[in-house]
Design a protein around this ligand. Structure first.
Ligand code: ADP
Ligand code: ASP
Ligand code: MG
Length: 461
């Protein structure tokens, strides 16, 4: 069997839902388990509705809910006829009523817990699956619409819940596998899970890709297909570098590195379950299914590359430079320093150390005042905000001849404030001012991909 995951943009309107259904029909012989995100920007609207309700602005919250239901209702009217239309309208009305009850209660209490927020935002995926499953049924397919909360078991870290893969395996075997064996197309929600006692959780933004990989792992899928609005993973974020090109193959480590450094096309956690289960992940364009796509295949050995496979960028980030005279010959100093980060739950991305100073990047919303207090007496902290990480990724980069020089030359007048290379063998990162991020990306892209793209990104045999 295969897992087919469709993202929000693939589900934006009736025409796209038709295309998605065509793709499912085309893959019927492979027994698809279909994982859906919410339609378009639904999740953003649901977050906004919850926040408005918490501030007591119930009208605003209800207006956001109205926009959430507009698109699926329109699509249902266009795609469905009775009795399927009636069935879909009823199911959507139930979800609508449930949302209103939740939002009114929040507005009354002026209280919104992460737990309640998850229950609200999970409606996006529930709406999408109701609509799509009904449409597949109308097209005559045997369909099982399954509630992911039955089998995507997570901890209770609401908003960014951690899937419990061991607990999930028997649940998926019990609730999902029999439908596939019986020849039914399974349709279920990405992003959504539940704790052991049934509380709804979500896996964090963009988490549907992760859901797809988790299902793929448990079902021992032949492939996990991530269908989206680009021709696979591109050499850079196309919103930053318009002439970014599709990449035919990426190693799992390259894909994970790219995702971690900001390539939104794949949720960073997607790769691990696929690697563990040795399942290829492909990233494909829903509207151009026969165009180029990317394969990430853990079963294929990865050859080192001569140059970058892709670029990624992430901003804003904050750079902290911590200076101490005590670092000179002070064993255990770094451990003490980073223990403070750990205690405050601040995660560090890049670290560069000198004899008496350490520089690192952290997320812009890290609790820096508390960190500075915690480091009092240990280090003096300088904070530089509005920075960005721009990085090149590829297997075996340390062996690439003259790579660093070429990258620095390409950056021209942009002076990187930090350079990290060699931490692993597949990442060269620069920290630049956030305002320079796009220019730096385009300059690097031009240098490494514009001239002779295929030759430069080629793998060394
Ligand atoms: P979906 O709704 O299908 O999950 P996302 O918006 O989460 O889609 O991810 C796809 C988007 O990721 C693309 O439209 C693109 O703007 C962005 N993106 C960022 N970096 C890359 C990259 N290297 N390759 C392809 N897309 C990228
Ligand atoms: N709908 C969720 C989000 O917008 C999950 C996803 O798209 O993967 O974050
Ligand atoms: Mg996504």
């Amino acid at each position: 069997m295969i897992v087919m995951k469709f993202g929000g943009s693939s589900l934006a309107d009736a025409a796209r839902l038709q295309k998605v259904a065509d793709l499912v029909v085309r893959h019927l012989p492979q027994h698809p388990c279909v994982v859906l995100s919410a339609l378009g920007k639904t999740t953003d609207a649901l977050f906004a509705a919850a926040d408005a309700a918490q501030k007591g602005r119930i009208d605003q919250a209800l207006a956001a809910v109205a926009t959430v239901f507009q698109r699926p209702s329109d699509a249902a009217e266009q795609l469905l006829t009775d009795p399927h239309l009636l069935q879909c309208r009823r199911a959507l009305a139930e979800l609508h009523d449930e949302l209103l009850v939740l939002l009114r209660s929040i507005a009354l209490m002026r209280e919104l817990s992460p737990r309640t927020r998850d229950t609200i935002v999970a409606h996006g995926e529930r709406i999408a699956t109701v609509l799509f499953a009904t449409y597949l049924q109308q097209r005559g397919l045997p369909v099982a619409l399954l509630d992911a909360r039955q089998f995507v078991r997570t901890d209770d870290h609401f908003g960014a819940a951690n899937p419990q893969r061991q607990a999930m395996a028997p649940l998926i075997e019990r609730h999902v596998a029999p439908h596939l064996r019986a020849g039914r197309v399974v349709v279920t929600q990405g992003y959504v899970g539940a704790t052991a006692d049934g509380a709804t959780t979500t896996l964090g933004r963009g988490g549907s890709d992760w859901s797809a990989a988790l299902l793929g792992e448990a079902l021992r899928a032949g492939e996990v297909q991530i269908w989206t609005d680009v021709e696979g993973v591109l050499t850079a974020d196309p919103r930053v570098v318009p002439d970014a090109q599709p990449i035919p193959t990426l190693s799992p480590a390259e894909a994970a590195e790219l995702a971690a450094f900001g390539a939104k096309v794949l949720h960073p956690a997607t790769i691990q379950p696929a690697v563990d289960a040795r399942i290829p992940v492909t990233v494909r364009h829903t509207l151009r299914p026969d165009a180029a796509f990317t394969t990430i295949d853990p079963r294929r050995p990865t050859a080192p590359r001569q140059a970058f496979a892709a670029l990624a960028c992430r901003g804003p980030v904050t750079v902290l430079t911590m200076t101490s005279t005590r670092m000179l010959n002070a064993a255990g100093y770094l451990a003490k320093l980073f223990a403070a980060f750990g205690e405050l739950g601040i995660s560090v991305d890049l670290v560069v150390t000198a004899e008496v100073a350490v520089a690192c990047t952290v997320e812009p919303d890290a609790p820096l005042e508390r960190l500075v207090q915690a480091l009092d007496g240990l280090a003096r902290v300088e904070i530089a905000e509005h920075r960005a990480i721009v990085c090149g990724i590829g297997e075996g980069l340390r062996g690439g001849k003259g790579l660093l020089e070429r990258a620095c030359r390409a950056l021209g007048p942009i002076r990187p404030e930090l350079v990290a290379f060699g931490g692993n063998d597949r990442n060269l990162s620069f920290v630049v001012r956030e305002a320079e991020m796009a220019t730096a990306m385009r300059a690097l892209h031009h240098e490494f991909f514009a001239a002779t793209p295929t030759e430069l990104a080629q793998e060394v045999p």
